[in-house]
Design a protein around this ligand. Structure first.
Ligand SMILES: CC(C)(COP(=O)(O)OP(=O)(O)OC[C@H]1O[C@@H](n2cnc3c(N)ncnc32)[C@H](O)[C@@H]1OP(=O)(O)O)[C@@H](O)C(=O)NCCC(=O)NCCS
Length: 147
């Protein structure tokens, strides 16, 4: 089941974030997405009574941006990443967005595969995008928009 995040989810989300990312988001980053960022939509996917994954995306007028997506290791490769991404894409389309963009580490083959299989294409390279100096691919997927 995919549902909106609440503050009660944050401890579990922070654990998953630590498990998965070299530069994990902190509690205040997630709190801002929950309470401060008027453009953010932040959702979790629950399985067997626990959080299996989450995604956070921004709806900014005609532009959507995938800010974060993660699936707990033991639930990976079961289609949950695809479900979360589809939810973000549906939400963006229903708000009339013309495209969705994201940044991904050039070494992150699993995520790049997920995005390419969902119709994202590489638009550009962002040099030294991450704190450890790794480059990012900027990827984009055109959406239906409202026109
Ligand atoms: C990227 C991530 C969210 C994918 O989640 P997932 O639930 O394992 O993905 P799915 O099972 O839905 O697979 C979706 C597609 O990606 C592909 N894929 C997933 N993991 C893969 C891997 N390790 N290697 C190659 N391809 C992979 C699958 O083959 C699938 O393609 P298909 O639909 O054609 O079969 C997950 O690996 C993850 O949380 N990674 C760590 C956090 C991260 O890097 N987030 C992205 C930041 S930009």
């Amino acid at each position: 089941m995919i549902r909106k995040v609440t503050e009660n989810d944050l401890d579990e989300i922070l654990q998953i974030e630590q498990e998965l990312f070299k530069g994990p988001w902190k509690r205040e980053d997630f709190l801002y997405e929950l309470d401060g960022n008027p453009y953010a939509v932040f959702a979790v996917l629950e399985e067997d009574g626990e959080i299996a994954g989450y995604a956070d995306w921004w709806i900014m007028f005609e532009q959507a941006q995938l800010a974060n997506i993660a699936v707990r290791k033991k639930y990976q490769k079961k289609g949950f990443g695809r479900l979360l991404l589809d939810e973000a894409l549906r939400s963006a389309e229903s708000h009339g967005c013309e495209n969705m963009t994201l940044e991904v580490r050039v070494s992150n083959e699993a995520a790049i595969r997920l995005y390419e299989n969902s119709g994202f294409i590489i638009a550009n390279k962002r040099k030294n995008y991450y704190e450890d100096g790794e480059d990012a691919w900027l990827m984009i997927k055109p959406l239906g928009g409202s026109q």
